[in-house]
Write a protein that binds this ligand. Structure first.
Ligand SMILES: [Fe+2]
Length: 253
């Protein structure tokens, strides 16, 4: 994790790439040794889950691993803060990352794919641990920077409700199968770190074969409406109405 050496000019060029291309890449984020260690962790995790979809949330679920170290790394959090400032214009006071190790395989993995959504966090970073080398690769798919940072949680919720329904999801999936030009499609490489504006970009992942494995470490920074009490009340009401969780805080990329 080379972020302690990042200059202001390098941070500025990352922000510029995210703004113009939809994403930025930091190659070789994990060392070969760290990547091997994480791949072994994924193998054990998926086996324990009966070779089906599994997601481990938080540092406490991956103790002693590089993901534990990165999740509490002052340098990594500071890098996220400096980058996030590029989207918000303000320096965030958030001192933590929200992290998940997400393992897509089996039938459950297919169900967790192609769900388009906006994140609640300004910055989303993804480091692939395992990616299929042939067939369906589980590419990251996005319509970058489709909405601004909303001032109110209610306006943010309207964006989400407009996307989080079967008609729009079906429309978007049809666009994926019929048109390769619409979406920014990223074939991610294990060990690299991919950064994008998760809050502003409509995004998802392509599926992988049931007998393949796609594992990603996802780190989010700066929950835009995290301190809104209206946010938590409305979220609970809507979940009750819909009878399911809003696709809000569970990473789906
Ligand atoms: Fe996401």
């Amino acid at each position: 994790m080379p972020c302690s050496t990042f200059s202001d000019a390098q941070v500025a060029s990352l922000i510029k790439a995210i703004d113009s291309d939809g994403y930025a890449v930091l190659p070789g984020w994990a060392s070969p040794v760290q990547l091997k260690e994480l791949q072994a962790l994924v193998t054990d995790t998926v086996a324990a889950a009966g070779n089906d979809y599994v997601a481990l949330s938080g540092r406490q679920s991956v103790p002693g691993s590089p993901l534990d170290d990165w999740g509490s790394s002052h340098d990594f959090i500071d890098l996220c803060r400096r980058i996030t400032q590029g989207a918000t214009g303000e320096r965030s006071s958030d001192t933590t990352l929200t992290q998940t190790l997400r393992c897509l395989t089996g039938n459950g993995g297919r169900k967790e794919s192609l769900i388009f959504h906006y994140d609640s966090f300004v910055l989303t970073t993804i480091m692939p641990v395992c990616m299929p080398e042939s067939g369906e690769r589980g590419d990251l798919l996005m319509l970058p920077n489709r909405r601004p940072i909303r001032r109110s949680y209610l306006r943010n919720l309207m964006d989400k409700v407009l996307v989080d329904n079967q008609w729009v999801q079906k429309y978007l999936r049809n666009r994926v199968s019929g048109d390769n030009q619409t979406f920014t499609r990223i074939a991610m490489q294990p060990g690299h770190l991919y950064l994008f504006w998760g809050y502003r970009s409509l995004h998802t992942n392509m599926p992988v074969a049931e007998d393949a494995l796609r594992a990603t470490a996802v780190f989010h920074y700066h929950n835009v409406h995290g301190s809104s009490s209206l946010a938590s009340r409305l979220r609970k009401s809507l979940e009750t109405m819909k009878g399911q969780d809003m696709h809000e805080d569970v990473p789906q990329t």
